[in-house]
Design a protein around this ligand. Structure first.
Ligand SMILES: Nc1ncnc2c1ncn2[C@@H]1O[C@H](COP(=O)(O)OP(=O)(O)O)[C@@H](O)[C@H]1O
Ligand SMILES: [Mg+2]
Length: 397
């Protein structure tokens, strides 16, 4: 055995049967665990292996400490509940043919994710293009709020997951990243410039390689991402001056930020210098407000936008229950009824089967999307039963 150090988190395979004595580029004909997946371009050698139905990404880095640093960065992102790939372990390896060790990073393959090229090249994905700019701007805001300087924001360092008709961007490559208590405006600007340069280059390369036309010129696209980033950052960090008697304004501001999906960690109120007035600042933690709220109410684990959709359904049901009973009804009572009369019956009737509640939520939201599509075509609400029947027919065909 030529390996030197292995650090693997519990509940994962030990990976010791892989041909570590060879560099990754020589594994192709020698490792039966290798699998091909959709992936983006990379600077380093990256391969994918399968153990018991789960796929892992293995990346080889020439610097002996690089994998450990990237592993620590990914763990910090996970701890802050930011969207990224799950770190599984890192290792220091000495190959038979070389004296200098290389480092290796192992991450869990992000299921159902799409590299950007497949969003542009596959047909039928055009409706996601505009959402892609939003997803990127939102990801940068979330990272920066958490004090995370990325240093290499690019399209190939992001994976996209469909999330109830929207896209959620996940960070995948954080070798160059740094974690700070708080980022300076200069650090944020640096990240934005790197983003612009990298994304402009990637869009130009892709159009040249595939002879395709972008929905807008590449320079406009990077400008849009920057503008959306700046607008979101400004809104979240806005300081509001309120009168001491205007308590409701605090709740209004919290609700507005919650509606955007952000959870509030703390509200700061300080004297504004003007008599009777206070300056209010809200400290935003992450963008999982809807996810937590839905999870607390129903136990369902879902993505942000899926959660938002299901919460809307629960609120609509509550409004109908209030009207029916002519009194106010707690949201938890509506959630209970929604689970038993809407969500579970729908899942039971679906032909496509899933084991995890996560994909159950995904399936349910797909049916909802299908219902809207059918209703739009019909010019009226077609109802869940019709949507389920039509969805099942689509699966069968
Ligand atoms: N855990 C993962 N799940 C899914 N895809 C991954 C994962 N890790 C890497 N990839 C794919 O491999 C590509 C290269 O990985 P990356 O970390 O960016 O390598 P490099 O540092 O060489 O650029 C990514 O663009 C992504 O498509
Ligand atoms: Mg990369």
């Amino acid at each position: 055995m030529n390996t030197q150090e292995f650090h693997i988190r519990p509940d994962f395979p030990d990976f010791l049967d892989l041909p570590w004595h060879l560099p990754l580029r020589e594994w192709r004909s020698r490792c039966p665990r290798l699998v091909e997946v959709q992936r983006g371009p990379s600077r380093h050698e990256v391969l994918f292996v399968e153990y018991a139905g789960r796929i892992y990404a293995i990346k080889e880095l020439p610097d002996r400490r690089a994998a450990e640093k990237e592993y620590e960065n990914l763990r910090a992102l996970i701890d802050k509940r930011l969207p990224t790939v799950e770190p599984v372990g890192h290792a220091l390896i000495r190959h038979v043919s070389s004296t200098e060790p290389v480092s290796v990073l192992i991450t869990l393959f992000l299921e159902y994710s799409l590299p950007y090229r497949s969003l542009f090249i596959q047909r039928g994905m055009e409706r996601y293009w505009e959402r892609l700019w939003d997803a990127l701007a939102c990801l940068l805001v979330r990272l920066h709020l958490a004090g995370f300087y990325w240093g290499d924001c690019s399209l190939s360092n992001v994976l996209f997951k469909r999330d109830a008709g929207e896209l959620c961007a996940h960070v995948v490559d954080v070798e160059t990243s740094e974690i700070h208590e708080k980022l300076s405006d200069g650090q944020r600007e640096m990240d934005l410039s790197i983003m612009e340069e990298n994304i402009y280059g990637a869009l130009k390369d892709m159009t040249a390689e595939f002879g395709m036309t972008l929905p807008r010129p590449a320079e406009d696209i990077v400008g849009i991402i920057r503008d959306r980033y700046l607008a979101l950052w400004k809104e979240i960090n806005r300081e509001v001056v309120i009168s001491k008697s205007d308590h409701y304004k605090i709740h209004e501001r919290i609700e507005a930020l919650n509606k955007m999906g952000f959870s509030i960690d703390e509200v700061q109120l300080v004297e504004s210098g003007e008599s009777g007035k206070l300056k209010m600042r809200t400290l935003v933690t992450d963008q999982s407000y809807h996810r937590h709220h839905l999870h607390n109410l129903t136990g369902i684990v879902a993505n942000d936008n899926e959660s938002r959709q299901m919460l809307n359904e629960i609120r609509t049901l509550r409004a109908a229950m209030c009207a029916e009973k002519n009194r106010s009804i707690p949201l938890s009572a509506a959630a209970f009824r929604w689970l038993n009369e809407v969500f579970y019956p729908c899942i039971k009737k679906l032909k496509a089967r899933t084991e995890e509640s996560r994909t159950m939520a995904d399936l349910y939201c797909q049916v909802l999307e299908h219902k809207w599509y059918l209703s739009e075509k019909a010019g009226r609400d077609v109802g869940m039963d019709k949507a389920i029947a039509d969805y099942n027919a689509k699966i069968r065909s």
